[in-house]
Design a protein around this ligand. Structure first.
Ligand SMILES: [Mg+2]
Length: 210
């Protein structure tokens, strides 16, 4: 099977743009834009571009410091490892950034089969205020379908786990749609909702995935 996880708010309990915003002194503004986007009050691409713009001029060193604070939730690495040990493919599909995902997986001593994420380009050692990558305009349903095709599993054998409005497309097409502490706009579209990694693990066991 193919199991696709969102990152911020799902595998991790922080939001990367908010951690980066903390280094730039704009954490509150960042949290406000993020919250509106995750509740589907604002287009995701628009929100991500505004958040990247707020980070213009942040040094690479400060960005790395923020990425170093990105962490997996307790129990997340064990769920990922159990899924991979069971022979499943695990992917992270996030509008967040490659560096933060890589640092968090590494710190937790785990890894996944695929990370589809965005990047914050730099010039002369500082962030340009732009954002680039496959999950700005692109949506997670297309990414999930492409990965399923690559791995050779049908969509019925996919599981999507997410919390925010940008997860709705993948939750709608996945064989099993799991909301992890989902936002109010997201919850009605989930087959099942979990509030903790232990609960997610139980669910995967009940469904015969683990
Ligand atoms: Mg999220």
């Amino acid at each position: 099977m193919l199991i696709a996880f969102d990152f911020d708010g799902t595998l991790s309990d922080s939001e990367m743009t908010v951690l980066l915003g903390g280094e730039q002194g704009v954490a509150d503004e960042m949290a406000d834009i993020t919250e509106r986007a995750m509740n589907d009050e604002l287009s995701y691409a628009e929100s991500l571009r505004s958040r990247a713009e707020l980070l213009r001029g942040l040094s690479e060193r400060e960005a790395e410091r923020a990425f170093g604070r990105v962490a997996l939730r307790p129990g997340a690495a064990a769920v990922i490892d159990a899924l991979r040990d069971a022979g499943h493919t695990v992917a992270v599909l996030t509008g967040g950034f490659e560096r933060g995902v890589a640092r968090a997986l590494d710190d937790a001593g785990t890894d996944v089969d695929a990370v589809v994420a965005n990047r914050l380009p730099t010039r002369d050692g500082t962030l340009t205020g732009d954002v680039e990558g496959p999950l700005i305009e692109g949506t997670k349903d297309e990414t999930l379908a492409a990965l399923a095709d690559e791995v050779g599993v049908g969509m019925a054998d996919t599981v999507a786990v997410g919390d925010g409005a940008n997860d709705l497309p993948m939750l709608e097409v996945a064989g099993l749609a799991v909301g992890y502490e989902p936002k109010p706009a997201v919850e009605p579209h989930c087959d099942v909702v979990v509030e903790a990694m232990a609960e997610l693990r139980e669910l995967l066991e009940e469904r015969g995935v683990l």
